[in-house]
Design a protein around this ligand. Structure first.
Ligand SMILES: NC(=O)c1ccc[n+]([C@@H]2O[C@H](COP(=O)([O-])OP(=O)(O)OC[C@H]3O[C@@H](n4cnc5c(N)ncnc54)[C@H](O)[C@@H]3O)[C@@H](O)[C@H]2O)c1
Length: 327
């Protein structure tokens, strides 16, 4: 049975939909601080906080867990700069709690949500997994710290892990059952769509003087269902005895902020206000993944590599759920 920490969140909820579809037994562990209970649907649910070891122990004693998935982090870069303490506690110490309670029970397989933020300012594009790691903010530092902790646990205790470094997760369940509902929302596509829906006064573009063809930042958008698929492959990889490994997850295509806004205008079928601001500190001009390793080793084949499809799925969900999940 699989323990899915953070399964009520954006990416975790798409993961558990896939586990349900595959008939893979699992239990969601989430404190619901940032997640949405309705997104858990009919998966088994245990409320608990990874910062509290007794919560973890209770659940691990109750279920025959053989593999742990970890999505349960704080994710907002700006928040990590303002309050690094909360990030080190929730993104590192809480994971250490989870690893310790798992180790005690001989649970030795973990799939961990990492991020492109471990690389920092890229020295080459596309970015391969062995690119130098220089996180530019505490969020990226905490994710890299866990990757390194997992390296030590592999070597000393034989706990095998797969770290999946997502680039910009986006989109929504193609069937429209799940979507992105972060509060506050900081990700580009939902913010563009909030402006398109008239629920935000405008979408602000931060910086138009980058060294890119249209002057706006270029990012690699990877569909949340493709991310879930990669996790399923990572589970199978570990279950088949695969050694600890790290993989980038990106579509390999870069889209600029202006291109995302144009795609959104096509999808929604009308114009909406766009504002222009100055660059934000620490935003690299381009971030594009080299995901060849995930394709070769895991056999991952992303289905949705066009940002317009991602925008369409996000829009479908937003139109059906204008206020997000009921809370
Ligand atoms: N969204 C992205 O673009 C993106 C990109 C790269 C990496 N990631 C990583 O993917 C993972 C999931 O991201 P997301 O967008 O789904 O985030 P999210 O905030 O939607 O989901 C996180 C979930 O974890 C839960 N959680 C947080 N701390 C917890 C704790 N101490 N105990 C129990 N539950 C806790 C929250 O309640 C929430 O349900 C994160 O680890 C994030 O760093 C996300």
């Amino acid at each position: 049975m699989i323990l899915v920490c953070g399964g009520a969140g954006y990416i975790g909820s798409h993961m558990i939909k896939l586990l349900r579809a595959e008939g893979i037994d699992h239990v969601v562990f989430d404190n619901l601080e940032r997640g949405n209970a309705p997104a858990v649907k009919d998966s088994r649910f245990e409320k608990g906080d990874l910062r509290n070891r007794a919560d973890i122990a209770r659940v691990l004693d109750q279920y025959p867990i053989s593999l742990v998935m970890h999505f349960a982090a704080y994710i907002e870069v700006g928040e990590s700069v303002k309050d690094p303490s909360a990030f080190w506690e929730n993104n590192v110490i809480a994971v250490w709690n989870l690893l310790e309670e798992s180790r005690k029970r001989d649970i030795k397989q973990i799939v961990f949500s990492s991020t492109a933020a471990v690389y920092g300012e890229p020295s080459m594009i596309p970015i391969p997994e062995d690119h130098p790691k220089n996180p530019a903010n505490p969020y990226g530092e905490t994710k890299l710290a866990v990757e390194r902790m997992l390296g030590g646990y592999n070597d000393a205790y034989g706990m095998r892990s797969v770290c999946l470094r997502y680039f910009n997760a986006c989109g929504a369940d193609p069937a429209g059952e799940l979507g992105e509902d972060h509060r506050p929302e900081t990700h580009l596509i939902p913010r563009v769509l909030l402006a398109a829906a008239g629920r935000a006064p405008e979408i602000t573009v931060f910086g138009t003087d980058y060294e890119t063809p249209d002057g706006t930042c270029i990012r690699d958008y990877v569909h949340v269902s493709d991310i879930a698929d990669a996790h399923l492959l990572a589970i199978r990889y570990l279950e088949n005895g695969g050694e600890s490994n790290q993989f980038n997850l990106g579509s390999g295509n870069g889209f600029s902020v202006k291109e995302v806004i144009s795609a959104a205008k096509e999808v929604v079928g009308h114009d909406f206000p766009v504002g222009y601001g100055s660059r934000r500190a620490g935003d690299p001009a381009r971030l594009i993944a080299d995901s060849a390793k995930a394709r070769q080793v895991l056999g991952w084949e992303p289905k949705f590599d066009d940002v317009k499809v991602c925008v369409q799925h996000a829009w479908n969900w937003m139109q059906a759920n204008p206020d997000g999940y009921p809370r």
